[in-house]
Design a protein around this ligand. Structure first.
Ligand code: PLP
Length: 395
């Protein structure tokens, strides 16, 4: 007998970005001469830096010569890249073995694929609001999801309670969409809870490069005890502009075990079976990210996006609109000023100001009444959008 995975029927319609696109298309048709400012996308907008592009070219040349041609590589990734990731963590006093680092084709794949090493129908804890991919991946596996609420009372940084015992816990810090970042003490509480209560943490650090506060942790492995209970998933998408290139990495310390079985070993086995590695060209490019010259270029790109998010945050705050994020994150999460629903506010901004953002409810029920703007647009468009906000709310 053959049948589909019936869990797919449990997925709710993925209408968020499709609905946004439909509304924007309709507005454009009705207002062909009006400028639309896009501040909703979570994609980067600046091109890949010169040094990384040069390294792509060099890697392509390698492929063209018999002596340097590369065929299949290690499923876990080339050692040259894993060594540099190891050093990147060492700079934060996190000591890793390169066998604990697995190169991936981006964070999204591994955030879902990691479920292969766990049983189906397990308990999962997911914060709300959050990046929606965790929820759908777990529904597909038939897992039981317990949401932990982020709201004003906890600054969108939910904590674990008794209902989270013996579960797989997804934590996203800096958070998409709220921009909230766990400090070391609150992460320590989560790690201690996980170790006491047989939980495994999946820590999504896709936005770690945006953290500027020296006291905030970039990696969960900066926290004592995390190596016994956490897996970290990171990405070159937002740091090196690789959203279209596709590269990330997953770290599974050898100490993390479930029922005495090493998750590192299981993931190694899973990857060797279902994954054939990331292209040599991509990994050479990702490796160049760590060079001194590239780090200087990357700092400037991150500064560019953060100047935008800070401008959004400061302007909204001046207008007495409650908002979060914007400092250690490219995202600004605002409370709709007059109790509009997320979609009402979307319509108001699009029709009134020509600005496109993302309705908060698209990130979970706790996002209702909130709205996400991003620093990923151009500086010029961000200034224009903020001038429109000022004009509109000062009336
Ligand atoms: N994690 C979070 C929190 C994200 O917001 C995104 C993308 O927007 C991803 C992961 C996906 O990253 P990648 O491009 O590496 O798949």
């Amino acid at each position: 007998m053959i049948d589909i995975n019936k869990n797919f029927t449990q997925l709710s319609e993925d209408y968020l970005f499709r609905n946004i696109a439909l509304k924007v298309a309709k507005f454009r048709e009705e207002n062909p001469n009006k400028k639309i400012i896009k501040m909703g996308i979570g994609d980067v907008s600046l091109p890949i830096t010169k040094n990384i592009v040069k390294s792509f070219h060099k890697a392509i040349d390698d492929m063209s010569k018999k002596e340097t041609f590369k065929g299949y590589g290690n499923e876990q990734g080339y050692d040259f890249l894993r060594e540099n990731i190891k050093k990147y963590y060492q700079n934060r006093n996190v000591i890793l073995d390169i066998d604990e680092i697995f190169i991936s084709d981006g964070a999204k794949s591994d955030l879902g694929n990691i479920l292969d090493i766990f049983d189906n129908n397990i308990n999962v804890t997911i914060s709300n609001p959050v990046y929606p991919a965790y929820v759908d991946a777990n529904i597909i596996n038939g897992n039981k999801i317990n949401f932990i609420n982020g709201d004003i009372s906890n600054n969108f940084l939910p904590t674990l309670d008794d209902k989270c015992k013996e579960s797989l816990v997804y934590i996203c810090s800096p958070n998409n969409p709220t921009g909230a970042v766990y400090d070391k003490d609150s992460l320590k509480n989560i790690v201690d809870f996980a170790n006491r209560n047989n939980c495994i943490i999946i820590f999504d650090s896709a936005y770690e490069i945006f953290i500027e506060d020296q006291n905030l942790p970039h990696s969960i492995f900066e926290i004592d005890g995390a190596k016994n209970c956490a897996i970290e998933i990171c990405s070159f998408s937002k740091s090196a502009g690789f959203t279209g290139v596709r590269c990330g990495y997953t770290i599974i310390p050898k100490e993390v075990k479930l029922n005495k079985i090493s998750l590192n070993k299981l993931w190694f086995r899973r990857q060797s079976t279902k994954f054939n590695g990331v292209s040599y060209i991509t990994q050479v490019g990702a490796n160049e990210f760590f060079s001194e010259a590239s780090q200087k270029e990357i700092v400037n790109i991150v500064k560019y996006y953060k100047r935008n998010s800070k401008l959004i945050f400061d302007t909204l705050t001046k207008l007495n609109i409650l908002c979060y994020g914007g400092v250690n994150s490219p995202y600004v999460w605002l409370k709709t000023p007059n109790k509009e629903s997320s979609w009402e506010y979307f319509d108001l901004l699009l029709e009134g100001l020509g600005i496109v953002g993302t309705p908060g409810v698209g990130f979970g029920k706790n996002g209702e009444g909130y709205f996400r703007l991003t620093g990923f647009s151009s500086y010029e468009d961000t200034i224009l959008a903020m001038n429109k906000f000022e004009e509109f709310y000062k009336k």
